[in-house]
Design a protein around this ligand. Structure first.
Ligand SMILES: [Fe+2]
Length: 300
């Protein structure tokens, strides 16, 4: 069955283009990908994904697109048919992509109006083996979304995009996998918007060394350091100049994609964070607001 198998990148529109570019390149630890299209593209050095972040100068800070991978062009075509059959609004049918790295893909709006892309055959880039203590991201780990009908969005991810449920936190937070990582998405109630994007770090030492670099550059931890229970991953959250939440995480649990059975965890402080020594909490991160421009196609 055709399904999504990985996250590719998140495209943002940002009001302060230079500040957001400087954050990813000089503070967070991504690497600029050359382009002449007036946009800023960044890759994570530990992965051969062509790029993981795309920035566009915009009036408002908004998520423009969340791009996902599938295995082949046939899977792109099949997933487009499934997305259409589910009643989602198509932005464009499968075609050759003109973004850096090329590939073949289609765009659509999630049931909540967030633009998404599914592609295959995107060029791979160079990568290198990161060393302990470098403290820079390996790759995107996971994306967390809010939804006004989170159960419906979870069903869209499972029934249409082919995700499987790995765990639940109560009945409100659902962790979804599309490969052997415990989760690549999680979905929470709330206005239609992004909650955060997390990046895998080589080790917990790399998460802490990365947090040290951010601190030296004036960005304090918004929540963390800590270790979640679902997925057993460590976390430290940081807010970008544009108000988007980014996370360093490490040691995310590996699971069997086909056989994993979900656990339902009862929400409690030591479940959200098994260490219990970090600063802040979800309440100290930016309050979720509806993503500007729902069901509106971005310029890129
Ligand atoms: Fe996270």
């Amino acid at each position: 069955m055709s399904r999504v198998t990985e996250i590719r990148y998140v495209g943002y529109g940002v009001a302060d283009f230079d500040a957001e570019k400087a954050y990813y390149a000089d503070v967070f630890g991504l690497e600029a990908v050359p382009s002449d299209d007036g946009l800023a593209w960044f890759k994570a050095q530990g992965s051969d994904e062509h790029h993981v972040v795309r920035l566009r100068p915009a009036e408002n800070n908004r998520v423009d697109v969340i791009a996902l991978a599938t295995d082949s062009r046939n899977d792109v075509d099949a997933l487009c048919e499934k997305v259409k059959a589910a009643g989602a609004k198509i932005v464009h049918d499968p075609r050759e992509l003109t973004t850096p790295g090329g590939g073949y893909g289609f765009r659509f709006f999630s049931p909540d109006g967030i633009q998404m892309e599914i592609s295959a055959d995107v060029a791979r880039s160079g990568k290198r083996d990161l060393a302990r203590w470098e403290g820079v991201p390996v790759k995107i780990s996971h994306i967390v979304l809010h939804s006004p009908d989170h159960q419906a969005l979870i069903r869209f991810f499972t029934d249409v995009l082919g995700f499987r449920i790995s765990d639940w936190l109560g009945d409100f937070m659902c962790f979804l996998r599309c490969n052997s990582a415990h989760h690549r998405f999680a979905i929470l109630p709330g206005p239609p918007c992004l909650n955060h994007v997390a990046y895998d770090m080589l080790s917990v030492d790399d998460m802490m060394r990365g947090a040290h670099r951010l601190k030296l550059k004036g960005v304090d931890i918004g929540w963390g350091p800590g270790r979640h229970t679902a997925g057993n991953n460590t976390f430290s959250y940081f807010v970008t100049p544009g108000g988007f939440v980014t996370e360093y995480t490490s040691e995310l649990e590996e699971v069997d994609f086909d056989t994993r059975e979900p656990t339902v965890y009862t929400p409690a402080p030591m479940v959200m964070d098994q260490w219990g020594i970090g600063v802040g909490g979800p309440q100290t991160l930016p309050h979720p607001q509806p993503n500007p421009g729902l069901f509106v196609t971005s310029e890129a």
